[in-house]
Ligand binder design. Structure first.
Ligand code: KG4
Length: 332
């Protein structure tokens, strides 16, 4: 199948054409990061307006660069949610319009399913599978018994991991997005400061807001006492505590589900160099499990992953009509 994917859940307007789940014929991403940088985070109203400005040319260019014609497109896959509601509506409206105009089936896709299926572009996903989703908006552990069947084992009770990175970076005046900056600083420091270890209710759940407040309190305390502290060491301490929280839960899930044969990662935080190291160590601990961390172009928000997930969704008979609406808190 040749699928046109459209994605607009946060601050990237994206469209892509993918053939048979693997061959990315085109992938256009219009990022708004420079606009939101000056506000220290994504401003939903501004993001929606920029999506409106970009969506038409992004879709047109994806078709043009793919080398295929509208008549060759088998279906249109669209991110229905979760995400920022105004942003999602722009993509959903565009997808419904082209699907109606060119008489193509419309396939609704969950954004998180897209992040998981980004892995299919670089490997053949095997089941049962455990997926770790780490992004600016989500932190989840998802169990997949089979293709396109999702069981959320655990999720964040408060901030997403990327959000915690961004908020800590704001406390340290590092700018937005904070993740890459903390990653770089942490490489030059040592995790010597004790920060609060997250407490969660669910066995596989995450929590990052106490840790984020712990960093803020640490800085205030040191300033109050006029004591010196090292930014690189604080970045390393935060990162190590946050990632240990994640990998403790991943280990629990792998131990409780020995039938799992494949572990995959998705979302922007998977760019993190320490996280990638930790996945490599984990792979040594579980030699019977295949481990995949896709390259960065697949990890951050893009529409190729929506097209890939869309083909799997289509195989399950999932289809929408002109009444499809965006859903900001769509569950998997
Ligand atoms: O998946 P993504 O592109 O989009 C959203 O969910 O919005 O993820 C963006 C998030 C941001 O919070 C950013 O700070 C974080 O990914 N990020 C990182 C790194 N690169 C991006 N976090 C930690 N280390 C990195 N190297």
């Amino acid at each position: 199948m040749i699928i046109l994917g459209i994605e607009s859940s946060c601050d990237e307007t994206a469209a892509a054409v993918v053939k048979d789940k693997k061959e990315v014929l085109s992938s256009i991403i219009a990022s708004q990061i420079d606009t939101h940088k000056e506000f220290g985070g994504v401003v939903p109203e501004i993001a929606s307006r920029i999506h409106v400005e970009n969506i038409s040319w992004v879709v047109a260019r994806a078709i043009e660069e793919s080398g295929v014609d509208w008549k060759d497109i088998d279906a249109v896959a669209i991110t229905q949610g979760p995400g920022l509601i105004g942003c999602l509506h722009v993509g959903v409206t565009a997808a419904k319009t082209v699907a109606e105009l060119f008489e193509k089936p419309l396939i609704p896709v969950n954004h998180l399913a897209g992040h998981i299926y980004a892995n299919e572009m670089v490997t053949d996903m095997k089941f049962p599978l455990l997926a770790l989703l780490v992004s600016g908006g989500n932190s989840e552990l998802v169990y997949m018994k089979d293709a396109y069947s999702f069981e959320v084992l655990g999720e964040t009770q408060d901030d997403a991991i990327g959000e915690a990175y961004d908020k800590v970076a704001r406390v340290l005046n590092l700018g937005y997005p904070g993740g890459p900056k903390i990653d770089k600083l942490a490489r030059q420091g040592q995790a010597i400061y004790a920060l609060p270890k997250p407490k969660t209710q669910g066995k596989y759940d995450f929590s990052f807001s106490g840790l984020k407040s712990g960093v803020l309190q640490f800085v205030k305390r040191m300033e109050r006492r006029n004591e010196e502290w090292i930014m690189e060491d604080l970045a390393a301490s935060f990162q190590e505590t946050a990632l240990n929280e994640i990998f403790d839960k991943v280990r629990l899930a792998l131990n409780d589900h020995p039938e799992i044969v494949h572990f995959v990662v998705g979302g922007g935080v998977s760019a993190n160099s320490r996280l990638r190291e930790m996945v490599s160590s984990l792979a040594e601990e579980y030699p019977n499990v295949e481990f995949t961390v896709p390259p960065m172009r697949c990890c951050t928000d893009n529409a190729a992953m929506i097209a890939v997930a869309g083909e799997f969704a289509a195989e399950q008979g999932r289809k929408a009509d002109g009444w499809l609406s965006a859903d900001a808190s769509l569950e998997m």
